[in-house]
Ligand binder design. Structure first.
Ligand SMILES: C[S@@+](CC[C@H](N)C(=O)[O-])C[C@H]1O[C@@H](n2cnc3c(N)ncnc32)[C@H](O)[C@@H]1O
Length: 241
């Protein structure tokens, strides 16, 4: 039987690895998708207009968006409801959303496709590889990383996204004055974030510690679960000097 992967082969791959090459430690695990009919329909209808495919080639933002507006990259948008809201409300920016979770990817594709939002594109691929191969140094106005997987167990913590090598990679892609905005409900990870960014010489923290919440950031789906358990929400905002 044909599946959506036969129709859109690039969807089947979320990392770029030669056959048999060892796998690097990844910040995600793939969950089975269990797509609903509306998600399959969104993939068919909007993948050509609102998704981008991985390539080992620099992305030309002007070509993609048709203008020079500053570009914000979001890593791990999950179900994408807050990404959709931000792209709709804050139209002075273009957005590139990166997510490996197919169900969330298809959900956001349906939201932005139905509204035909011109200022957002999304990719189903490992963000680290996208940043490494497709994003030009000094070209990004901001990064949003909302509720990255906390990987709370000691043995899993090597999977956490916010570690010095990724922070250096993010900093290298930022324009001068560009920002990295992370939010987490895992307190110990929040402190790790402050500590990691403090180790990158080109980044400064204008708040000296945790940042006040930005009024334009909507509550995310993952955040709602943490709030229900009364986890503290900590915000981290650093800027490229
Ligand atoms: C805990 S969820 C939070 C999702 C969303 N930001 C929210 O707050 O509801 C973290 C998401 O990051 C995604 N993710 C983790 N590592 C990633 C990577 N290297 N590239 C793309 N997505 C990644 C996971 O698939 C997961 O959906």
């Amino acid at each position: 039987m044909d599946t959506i992967f036969d129709e859109i082969p690039s969807l089947a791959k979320v990392e770029d690895r030669e056959f048999g090459a060892p796998r690097a430690i990844k910040s995600f695990v793939l969950r089975s998708a269990g797509l609903k009919p509306f998600q399959i329909e969104a993939l068919r209808q909007y993948y050509p207009t609102h998704a981008l495919e991985f390539q080992r080639e620099a992305l030309d933002f002007k070509e993609v968006f048709g203008n020079d507006k500053p570009v914000i990259i979001e890593i791990g948008f999950g179900m994408g409801t807050s990404s959709h809201r931000i792209a709709k409300d804050r139209t002075d920016y273009n957005y590139l959303g990166l997510e490996v979770f197919l169900s969330g990817f298809a959900k956001l594709l349906s939201l932005i496709g139905k509204d035909d939002l011109p200022n957002i594109r999304i990719m189903r691929f490992d963000a680290v590889e996208v940043l490494t191969h497709m994003i030009v140094e000094g070209s990004v106005a901001g990064f949003h990383i909302f509720f990255p997987d906390p990987w709370p167990k000691k043995k899993q913590q090597k999977r956490r996204l916010i570690q010095v090598p990724l922070a250096m990679l993010l900093a290298s892609k930022l324009q001068k004055g560009g920002y990295i905005y992370c939010v987490t409900d895992w307190e110990e990870y929040a402190h790790q974030m402050l500590n990691v960014f403090a180790q990158v010489p080109s980044l400064t923290n204008p708040y000296g510690g945790f940042a006040p919440p930005k009024e334009w950031r909507p509550t995310t789906s993952f955040e709602q679960k943490g709030l229900a358990q009364e986890f503290p929400i900590n915000e981290v905002w650093v800027e490229r000097q």
